[in-house]
Ligand binder design. Sequence first.
Ligand SMILES: [Fe+2]
Length: 174
Amino acid sequence: MTDTKTAPKKTTKAADAPKATKGSSADVAAGVAQYLTPVVQELVALAVNGKQAHWHVRGVNFIAVHELLDEVVAHAQGWADEAAERVVALGLPVDGRLKSVADRSGAVNPKLGFQPYDEAIADVIAQMDVATEKVNDAIEGLEELDPASQDVAIEIRRGLDKDRWFLFSHVAVK
Ligand SMILES: [Fe+2]
């Protein structure tokens, strides 16, 4: 009697042998670097400017915003690391140098000195929105190119949205 549930035995062919993944090709790596490098740079900028806001925030919501900004900074550093290491894992370097970040970040330089908490939050949210634009570009561009890298961008997008909500809720009236 033949067991119809038993799948036919596969013969081992050259095509079944372990091979380099799609993500290791030079073209894919270059594309991933193209989309994730701006993400890294904006997240580094967010980490730097988030610390600036953390140090200079003032007002009735001081302690809550001061502490939350440290979380925003820690998340931005972690996501920058994740995005950068995805590029490096595919074999390419990434440019997270200070001058490159300053030259290429699309965020407006926050005001110098102490800030009322609502203004400090507005500055950080503006920076987050610029980072989110770069993340959205990466999500769109990486969809066909390399879903594993797109997944990194999607995770960052989710985190940025949550941190933005936490920050915005300190100044929202409804
Ligand atoms: Fe601190």
